[in-house]
Design a protein around this ligand. Structure first.
Ligand SMILES: NC(=O)c1ccc[n+]([C@@H]2O[C@H](COP(=O)([O-])OP(=O)(O)OC[C@H]3O[C@@H](n4cnc5c(N)ncnc54)[C@H](OP(=O)(O)O)[C@@H]3O)[C@@H](O)[C@H]2O)c1
Length: 262
């Protein structure tokens, strides 16, 4: 266990994109970090960069969170540094684009494990310590995709819907304990996400930056909103899902996401 007095944040999917941006922002605020992902080189480089720039402790942790039992492994590793973290940011994720039946079963299983099982298990392991201490923040990076059914992103949108519902319910359960739980719902954000998923954002004008997402998410710590959307895109999506009948929304979304026929 380290002796630093700094507060301690665990960030999954910290090797790039939104996760790396959470790491940069929290490091600049003086938090020690445990940065989790599969890309050891990137994690090491980022840890060193942040330690030098901000006089904090940052550790890279190479772990495939799509493997069963990885939440438990993370819990054990985290306790080498601190008894109970101040922040747990469940951000690691990936997109799967195309017809459901074209996706391989192992890839679907990885998504369910990474977006749902590992997140739920991690929270079950870390939350009791936070409640006992009377403080802590858990941010689950969901998506505005979780607010509506999305044909050709069916599993992705459904796992993010789970995260929103789960976070909102849990936030209510723990609201008197000093622990804050947030579902952060970015819209299309400029990271490697779309290239990895094989999907090009339909409207480049609507694309957000990772730093915008992180700024809004961390600013919401003040008023403890359980579900956080980003910018006018988030506002518009929330509005549409409230007022447009689900059947129409699903059909129109499907028209926009339908893969081009080859
Ligand atoms: N970009 C968007 O438009 C957008 C919109 C809404 C929500 N989101 C959500 O934001 C989160 C971050 O995505 P991003 O946009 O920053 O994408 P990204 O740049 O592709 O980053 C994804 C991160 O997740 C990690 N990751 C993926 N699979 C993993 C695994 N099996 N085990 C451990 N780490 C894993 C990657 O690390 P390694 O490669 O090192 O494993 C990487 O650091 C995701 O949950 C995504 O669903 C993104």
């Amino acid at each position: 266990m380290t002796t630093s007095d700094n507060s301690f944040a665990i960030i999954t999917g910290a090797s790039r994109g939104i996760g790396a941006e959470y790491a940069r922002e929290l490091a600049s605020q003086g938090h020690d970090l445990l940065l989790v992902g599969r890309d050891t080189e990137r994690l090491t480089r980022l840890s060193q960069e942040l330690e030098t720039a901000h006089s904090i402790h940052a550790h890279g942790c190479t772990l495939d969170l799509a493997q069963p039992n990885s939440a438990h492994q993370l819990f054990v590793i985290a306790r080498e540094y601190r008894q109970t973290p101040d922040f747990v940011i469940n951000n690691a994720g990936f997109g799967l684009y195309g017809e459901f039946v074209s996706h391989s079963l192992p890839r679907i299983q990885q998504m369910l494990q990474l977006h749902i099982q590992t997140v739920v298990e991690s929270i079950r392991l870390f939350l009791p310590g936070m409640i006992e201490r009377g403080s802590g923040t858990i941010i689950n990076v969901a998506s505005i995709a979780g607010m509506l059914p999305i044909p050709y992103f069916a599993e992705y949108a459904a796992t993010k819907a789970f995260l929103i519902s789960f976070s909102e319910a849990l936030a209510e359960e723990v609201k008197s304990t000093g622990v804050y739980i947030q579902a952060c719902c970015p819209g299309q954000t400029d990271t490697d996400f779309h290239a990895s998923a094989g999907f090009r954002p339909s409207n480049p004008m609507a694309v957000q930056t990772a730093s915008q997402v992180v700024e809004v998410s961390l600013a919401a710590l003040k008023n403890k909103q359980p579900v956080v959307t980003i910018g006018w895109q988030g506002w518009l999506s929330s509005l549409l899902t409230k007022w447009v009948p689900r059947k129409i929304l699903t059909r129109e979304t499907g028209r926009r996401t339908r893969p081009p026929t080859t």
